[in-house]
Design a protein around this ligand. Structure first.
Ligand SMILES: [Fe+2]
Ligand SMILES: [Fe+2]
Length: 242
């Protein structure tokens, strides 16, 4: 399920060191936890390979992209400074550190117009792809709840989800996000229908409870086993970096 890293020993060593720092820095109980970083890392890896980008810059940038979240806002800016300190401390070449700093600084939504390198665009895209699909819906409601926003206020969806899809930089990201986006649109339709109680108007046409149970799709949790294992072990690092 998870990707091989296709990395040299030196690169793998660097990624392990950075991952160790990020893993203990990110705060649980947020929608920008270490799990988000792991997913962005893997999405960014797919994009980097498909788009022939500098894989090491993308992977290091993806690991560090939200490091500023645990320091303060604007988290792109403070995160870029912290990323620079971390990489300096690890002896990473100055020129490449500066490139990672740009990735972190401009990964935020408002940084979209300042993106220059392919690697910056890829991490921006990977971060946004994690906002689509079932994960995107779960994160959205988690965020709405934390901000005490009304449950049925769907403006967040309209303001952010569709515009973000149009702003994705790479064709690969659009392909990855496309299916997830379609699922969100289907979910939104069902939600609107249920909020309007429109689904209840056909109660007379409902099949029997027994028929409903027979027709209910089986929940496939096989793909989640590895991820749940990761979540159970707070200290587990990204698979492939062990
Ligand atoms: Fe962020
Ligand atoms: Fe992020």
């Amino acid at each position: 399920m998870f990707l091989g890293l296709d990395s040299t020993p030196a690169m793998e060593h660097l990624l392990k060191l950075v991952d160790d720092i990020v893993r203990v820095s990110m705060v649980e109980g947020t929608d920008h936890d270490y799990g988000h970083v792991q997913r962005v890392f893997h999405i960014a890896t797919i994009l980097a390979k498909k788009e022939n980008a500098d894989l090491e810059l993308v992977q290091v940038g993806a690991l560090l992209h939200d490091i500023g979240r645990v320091i303060g806002e604007p988290h792109g800016e403070v995160g870029a400074k912290r990323a620079g300190q971390i990489l300096d401390g690890l002896g990473y070449p100055c020129e490449r550190t500066a490139r990672v700093e740009r990735i972190v600084r401009y990964h935020v939504f408002s940084g979209r117009g300042k993106l220059e390198s392919l690697e910056e665009k890829i991490v921006w895209d990977a971060d946004k792809v994690d906002g689509f699909g079932a994960i995107g819906i779960a994160r959205m409601y988690y965020m709405l709840g934390r901000r005490n926003l009304p449950f049925a206020d769907l403006s967040w969806d309209e303001k952010h989800v569709a515009p973000t899809f149009d702003l994705l930089n790479t064709g690969t990201a659009k392909r990855l996000a496309g299916e997830r986006f379609n699922f969100m649109i289907r979910f939104r339709s069902v939600l609107e229908r249920e909020l309007a109680l429109a689904d209840l108007s056909v109660a007379d046409e409902y099949p029997s409870v027994r028929d409903m149970e027979r027709r209910r799709p089986k929940l496939d949790t096989s793909a989640g086993t590895e991820i749940r294992g990761m979540r159970d072990e707070r200290q587990t690092r990204i698979p492939g970096l062990k």
